[in-house]
Every structure is written in structure tokens, then in C-alpha cells.
Design a protein around this ligand. Sequence first.
Ligand code: MEV
Length: 438
Amino acid sequence: MTTPVEGFSKLSKSEKINWVASNFTKNPKETKQLLERYWNDDIELQKLHDEFIENTVTNYYLPFAIAPNFLINDTLYAIPMAIEESSVVAAASKAAKFWLNRGGFKTEILGTEKVGQVHFIFKGSSEKLNAFFEEILPDFYKDASAITKNMEKRGGGISTIQLRNLSDKIDGYYQLHCTFETLDAMGANFINSCLEQFAITLKKKANGHPNFTDAEKEIEIIMSILSNYVPNCLVKAEVSCPIHELNEDNIPPEEFAKKIIQAVAIAKAEPYRAVTHNKGIMNGIDSVVLATGNDFRAIEAGVHAYASKNGSYSSLTHASIEGDIFKFWIEVPLALGTVGGLTSLHPLVKLALEILQNPNAKELMQIVAVAGLAQNFAAVRSLVTTGIQKGHMKMHLLNMLNQMGATESEKLQLVDYFKDHAVTNPSVKEALEKIRSN
Ligand code: MEV
């Protein structure tokens, strides 16, 4: 049995590697070699990555790819994506190309409101708390002014502070429910700093308040934290075209349009399908969010909460046929930043933003929503026509061949062969063995 380690974070990188390799892997020498293979020769770059988090032992690579030909509000974009799943970039590019000749994507920002809350317990009269809150409201703004000064200069800051009574859910539970405008910053640090200041103001003012009993003076702050549920930080992206332009190889346009409408209706009505439908959307969203150095966990949490906002988990995309016009759109909450965080630290994030023409946060929201919509269109298009496996397995072919140890020339021959043969694990194995036996 391995014993717990003391002061792991203070060990050198080599000591950390030795410890983990010798205690948790079968072949410590190979483990060490593998971890070191992923180090970068550029010492400065390696140091930068080491310092992003604690206890770094190596780098974990993801492919960084480009999906070209996205026409968004009449501007052409090449979208950087960081993702491991083999078919995602190809699918995005295919959808981008499809809509390139049909007017492209149109987008609209529906809101940019961020949210944070101070959760606290107050044992006393809620009327007195209401009156106290109204009285001290200006103090929240005043006491936080050192934090908000710069943001305000740029046009952002605290938007609203509300007192909410939730004591029917938990005895004595209230909150300050606050909204913010954080402009091009995702705003987590700004919001959390404001909230922690609000908590100090709340406690201090309650403590000295002449109308409060001793129990009422003892407001108990539980926590102050932003919310990743941002239903009013919302963006819409849309594609549309006359139905007859939905010309696909194997299916008449009217039938294709109807099947997409039905596929979306199923994802709206049925949570098992909705989760997978939205997972496909997140393939596009997460990969751009990651490439641009944003917090994909925050985005995931907020998006899925939004997908459940009507009480049942449902599709994030919508489709309609009005007259002869087919319309397909997404509405999605995306609290993104283009300044702060990793955006000026990680060289590839900086490059990703440069490739996107250094968007502001609102522009990035629109690009990311488009990536989600494109991905969903590509997935649903395959699902209602050829099925997903055809394209998916083609993209997976190279992974399989690499796993089977195929040489470059074997790969070339087999990629060619599988252009018109079904890709399965046994069929690839068999074809490789056949080449080798010739
Ligand atoms: C796979 O990563 C994503 C899909 O399953 C999405 C969908 O089913 O809509 C293809």
C-alpha cells in the first residue's frame, strides 16, 4: 500500500514524477520517459505551461484545428477548434461550406448579463430585513467602488442588487442576487470580488444596526460566488434558405427539411435524445471555447441548465418551415471573455483569437454559437440521411490504423480502399492483414 505524501507541491518536477511513477505505475522508467517526451524543448514555454496549475508533470496535448469557410453576418471566419473527437472539425467544415452558398449564418446578441449571489442566513423579521436592505443599498455600490472603478470607466460594473427571500426553502435563507456587465471579460474575478465586498458590507451594517435585535445583527454569510447560470447572457445564431436549396444527394429537399424538423421536435420532447442532440452542439461549442482559452466547464454547466429551464431537459436548437423557408437556429447562454484569464497568457489562445480577428466578447459569443449550430446541423443532417457511422468511422479509420501500427504506405492504401467499403474494426483489421500478406 502506498503511503500518503506530505508536501507534494513542494517537490521538484522530477521528484513528483519519480514519486507517482514508482508508486502508481508498473514501469516507472517508461512512465518517466513518456512524461518527459511531452515536455517542450523551449524552456520558457514549458515554464509558462507548468505554472498554469499546480503539480504539473507534463503537457497534455489536444489537436488544434481550423474549420474554414464560416460566413457569419457576411464576414468570413476560419474557426480554431481544440478537440480530440475525430469527426468534429470535418463536420463543422462541411456545415460551414453548406451554408456558405446559402447566405451563411446570422447572429444576434440577446443579452450580456452576468450573475452572482451572496447567500446568507438571517434569523429575524423579513420586513425589517427588507427595510434594512433598501437603506444600505447605496453602501454596496460605495464600498465596492475601488473594485468597480475601472470596469465602470469602460461602461460596465454592477447592474442590479436584489434581496431575495428563500426562507421557504431553507430556514432563514436569503440572498443578494446581483447582476453585472463585465464587457469583454468573462468577469469571474470581478464578480467574486464585488460579492465578497457586498458580504462584508452586509455583515458590518447589520451588526451596527439600531433596529435589529441581537439575533438579527448576527447575519451569517454562507458564501459569495458568481453563478454559471446566465440565462440573460444569451446569443442567437440562425441559418435559413428556401427549402428547394436543401439539395442533398440521396433525399428530396422537402423530405430532408421535414426530417430535420422532426429530429429537432424529438430532441425537444424527449430528454434521452435531447442530451445527445445537445452533446453534438457542445462538440462545436466546447472546442472553440477551449481554443480561445475560456472555461468550458462553466459554459457546459450554464448551457445544460438553460436546456432544462422549462422543467424538462430539451433541445437547444429549433427548426421551422414557414412558407417555403427552412429555418434552423440556436439560442444559447455563453459567458465568454476575450480579455483576462488565459487570453493573454497562452500563446495558442492568443493565436486563436488573432485568427478570429481579435473579437470582443460579444463577437466571440456569436462565433461560438455558430460553431454549435453548425455542429448540430452536421450531426442531424447525417443522422436523418446516411446515418452517423459512415462519416464517423471514416474519420476514425486513421485512429484505428495507428492503433494497429499501420505504416504510412499501408495507411494510404487503406484510406483509398475504405472510400467505398464499410469501416468496422474487423474489416480494417482484415484489410490490413490482406495487404501485409501480399
Ligand atoms: C457525437 O459526438 C455527437 C452526436 O451523437 C450528436 C447527435 O447525435 O446529434 C452525433
